[in-house]
Design a protein around this ligand. Structure first.
Ligand SMILES: Cc1cc2nc3c(=O)[nH]c(=O)nc-3n(C[C@H](O)[C@H](O)[C@H](O)COP(=O)(O)OP(=O)(O)OC[C@H]3O[C@@H](n4cnc5c(N)ncnc54)[C@H](O)[C@@H]3O)c2cc1C
Length: 468
């Protein structure tokens, strides 16, 4: 049988980019179909614009943090052109970088959604193409909870937030996860009055309670209101103000309302039944090699519902492509790789490997080793003495998981990911020289604490005495 393409990729976000660009570099004939924009949600309405906004907000906030530098002007002037600047940067990246990456890919951009005609044929914009292997990299969309009245007020999601023309005077955020927290801090630092309301007992329910509580304390200091454990009974609007009523009778008012309440699948346009690809509300069904219920169709990225992150999507794209080519014994299990998780608030929150609650739930004996920013001279001197590096390990130094709260957590967590993935024990971190005075020096400090604890044990003490 001959096909128009060796590989067809539906959706060109992080997962689809990884597949299509790698496959084209391998010399394969590649078709890429994207109904919205190159780079997917991540580039246009996700990771990148949200981090640009946070960077601006943190820079503006830094002015107030160092009053002794005589930089502060009270009150700070209202920021102007925030969203225009984000749009300009995204356009610059698109023109200067992203498009060039797709040089060797036959791209169908904004010609409509792709749908299956049969297991090897996809249709887009009325044209049909066949491919030997097909990769479904379709991601997810924002979930909108069934709150009475929500559909009658003009709420925002991540798909519309970055198209605002100015920072609103006030914002109510529904959802206390990573996106909700990041945007609450960004908008507050850019001058809006902000309240977060959500159902869970603490912020960042995907992480651990301690991180959520610490972030809440920081938010309280900054003036961001947090309402935990609330259900929303009704949303109304009058005179340009949106009112959110909670189950305990509070009414939170804001000029804008942001719904940051999780993700949902949207596979309706794909006609997966024509290809025999099975899925549920949780995601497209894949095996450990990322293959769907149809042998030559793979589904890397958020669409399979296993992880929601760009780095996991890119990694899965690479793994899926390699698996589609290699003979069975060489195929990779995508679940065998650790996935770090970072929230880019100030302080940052990151973890990799097992959380303490996972260890408890699985009855794993562990020891907690912690090095605190408040005990580190460099962090104190730089005015960032908040948070800690917390390691969960076996007495023999096997690292089960690491949680970092504090300056640089999102960068520091990668070293621990490498250690866990390669089964390096704590003494390997101890014997690695970390540049000083970087914040990652606190990771080495944690390994030192572990070693000091070992030194307190009778066996090592006896050995030391013997050698001395
Ligand atoms: C506000 C926000 C901030 C985030 N911040 C981070 C962060 O800091 N770090 C991080 O790791 N992750 C972050 N994420 C998550 C990250 O954006 C996603 O995990 C990532 O984009 C998933 O990549 P993907 O390739 O699976 O899907 P997507 O990026 O969603 O791409 C899927 C693409 O498929 C296209 N598509 C869908 N159906 C069809 C069809 N039928 N035909 C043609 N095209 C189709 C869509 O248009 C889309 O472009 C954030 C998300 C949001 C919303």
């Amino acid at each position: 049988v001959s096909y128009d393409y060796d590989v067809a990729v539906i959706g060109l976000g992080p997962a689809g980019m990884a597949v299509s660009i790698m496959a084209a570099e391998m010399g394969l004939r590649v078709l890429g179909i994207e109904k919205r924009s190159l780079g997917g949600e991540c580039m246009s309405v996700g990771c990148i614009p949200s981090k640009v906004l946070l960077r601006m907000a943190h820079a503006r906030h830094a002015v107030t943090r160092f009053p002794d530098l005589a930089l502060s002007e009270t009150p700070l002037p209202a920021p102007t052109g925030t969203f225009r600047r984000i749009a300009d940067r995204l356009q610059f990246i698109d023109e200067k970088k992203t498009r060039a990456l797709f040089e060797k890919v036959d791209v169908k951009l904004r010609e409509g959604p792709a749908s299956f005609v049969d297991p090897h044929t996809v249709e887009v914009g009325g044209a049909r193409f066949t491919a030997k292997r097909i990769f479904l990299c379709v991601g997810t969309r924002p979930a909108v909870p069934p709150i009475p009245g929500l559909d009658r007020v003009g709420f925002l999601t991540n798909e519309t937030l970055f198209s605002l023309d100015r920072i609103p005077e006030s914002l109510v955020v529904i959802g206390g996860g990573a996106f909700g927290c990041e945007m609450a801090q960004a908008f507050h630092r850019l001058g809006a009055r902000v309240a977060i309301v959500h159902m869970d007992e603490h912020l960042l329910p995907h992480g651990d309670w301690e991180a959520g509580r610490l972030l809440e304390a920081t938010f309280a200091q900054e003036g961001i209101e947090v309402y935990n454990g609330r259900r929303i009974s009704e949303v109304t609007t009058a005179g340009g103000v949106i009112a959110v009523r909670t189950n305990v009778g509070e009414t939170l008012r804001g000029e804008c309302l942001l719904v940051a309440a999780g993700r949902k699948l949207d596979l309706s346009e794909l006609h997966l039944e024509n290809a025999g690809v099975e899925y549920s509300d949780r995601g497209i069904r894949v095996d450990t090699t990322l293959r769907t219920t149809c042998r030559h169709i793979y589904a890397p990225g958020d669409g399979n519902g296993v992880h929601i992150s760009s780095h996991a999507a890119m990694h899965q794209g690479m793994v899926a492509l390699v698996n589609s080519i290699l003979p069975r014994p060489f195929r990779r299990n995508f679940r065998a790789y650790v996935v770090p998780w970072t929230v880019f608030t100030e302080p940052q929150v990151a973890h990799v490997g097992w959380l303490e609650r996972d260890l408890k739930a699985n009855d794993v004996a562990y020891e907690v080793i912690e090095s605190k920013y408040e005990d580190y001279g460099a962090a104190m001197a730089e005015g960032v003495a908040v948070g800690s590096v917390r390691v969960y390990a076996s007495p023999a130094g096997r690292i089960y998981g690491v949680r970092i709260i504090g300056e640089g957590a999102g960068e520091m967590i990668n070293e621990w990911g490498l250690a866990i993935q390669n089964r390096l024990r704590l003494h390997r971190i101890l014997f690695l020289q970390h540049s000083f005075p970087s914040m990652s020096f606190l990771s080495k400090r944690a390994a030192e604490s572990w070693m000091v604890n070992r030194m307190k044990g009778p066996i090592l003490r006896k050995l030391v005495r013997l050698f001395v």
